[in-house]
Design a protein around this ligand. Sequence first.
Ligand SMILES: Cc1cc2nc3c(=O)[nH]c(=O)nc-3n(C[C@H](O)[C@H](O)[C@H](O)COP(=O)(O)OP(=O)(O)OC[C@H]3O[C@@H](n4cnc5c(N)ncnc54)[C@H](O)[C@@H]3O)c2cc1C
Length: 466
Amino acid sequence: MASAAGEGSGDDVRTVDAVVVGAGTAGNYAAASFATEGYDVVVLERKSEDDAGHIACGDALKGASSFPEVIPRSYLESAITNDVVDHGRFEIPEHDTVLEIPVPGGLAVVDRWAYGKCIIEGAMDAGAEFSYDTVVQTVLQDDDGTVTGVRAVNDGDPITYRADIVVDAAGSMSILQDEVDFDGTTFDTNVSYDQFCSAYREIVEVPEEVPWKDALVFKPTERAAGYLWYFPRTGTEINAGLGFQMNEPPMKLIESLKRDLRNRPEFDGAVVKDKLGAALPTRRPYDSAVAPGFVAVGDAAGHVNPTTGGGIAGAAYAGSYAANTAIEAIEGGSVTEADLWGYNQNVMEHFGARYAALDVYNILSTAVDVDELMGLLASLPGEKLSEALYGGTTDFGWGLKARIAYRSLGYLGLILDCYRAKQLADELLAHYETYPTKPAGFESWQAERDRIMDEVYETTGAEPKY
Ligand SMILES: Cc1cc2nc3c(=O)[nH]c(=O)nc-3n(C[C@H](O)[C@H](O)[C@H](O)COP(=O)(O)OP(=O)(O)OC[C@H]3O[C@@H](n4cnc5c(N)ncnc54)[C@H](O)[C@@H]3O)c2cc1C
């Protein structure tokens, strides 16, 4: 790797093929993908080596068995502390109901810090270099707008990295996008914290094994667009947390969690071992996450399922897709938006279109009454809900249909709203499946998407989210 002192503004200057900002899931999968192909890649992480990988999370991991092989899956195994989870347990105390909903395949709870360390080790073993205690402060940008590197502070000393490509994997609060001048690019700047969720979690140790070790437990908060969770890392170590959509008035997260914990007999004698909070983008994925020389991945590009808050899987795939596309672009000799566009397509095809459609339900949930929604859920049979959620079409059978219709009679207005929202979500999904193959078709694609979104707001009565 080339390194030259005293270049540019007087900082220490290094030149690499790729700079990845952030050693989270997205950053590590990106770095491992570059390094595996023999590229010089450095990961800049603001945290210390010890603290890196310590991320606020619910610790639920879905589908890890098919994550990109660039970090061999065997690396993740030691962090999986509970692999017997196979269903969601939805507690609706106001309606005296507990719904047990099977979740098919590939669900686990991890020790998140250990998982964070495992993927760093995976990227290092692939050949990526890590620089800890390095806070990226701004980007370098050519006169033609191409991002050519970053400026950072390492342990108090300024340092500049020049690179063919900068990967923004700095999470939901990334400052990089405030620093890049995106004028004249397609990069999505229609981003505000109203579209995010504020979340907080504690790791709690209990003296006796909980009776729901095989379940992810969910419970409504007083807000419809939010929930409390209890995810068992083991029978006696529980990740307990909650969140709310930030277009609503602030919620006292720590107090609300404490109140619920105090009222649960399973938590008598519990000890809190760790506390962390963060924001996560419960919004649609960025329309475009590329600009010349620059690509955003994971939370920094809205790659989170907006209904569950699950973002680890999206981050892993996005990191890999971004690096693979960048490698092709670098080999082709230029890193324009058009050269990087394939990354946008990969994301939309794999999970972006689905997340954008699911966002319709997030929007609906900000406009409905939480009691009514819980009442409706309580009236439905869990197994059939699971089939509806995970199995595509369902055949309820006439007897069951009649029973559901009878039990949910009081919620017909809400059922109709949900039905209309589903139709619009389907229309949106179909539109995202036509995501343009080149930047040229982007504006007209966005215009049609915005038309569908206007219908979503009109139908749900929700405030426009974008
Ligand atoms: C409370 C909570 C619960 C969640 N629960 C789940 C769950 O159960 N399952 C799930 O799948 N997802 C969950 N998520 C979402 C998931 O944690 C994120 O989607 C995922 O971690 C995103 O990975 P990432 O690599 O994009 O970002 P991060 O994991 O946030 O990594 C970003 C990294 O960038 C570093 N960084 C930031 N700025 C700079 C800078 N300027 N210079 C250098 N380094 C910088 C940070 O220190 C950090 O290490 C949860 C999120 C929250 C907040």
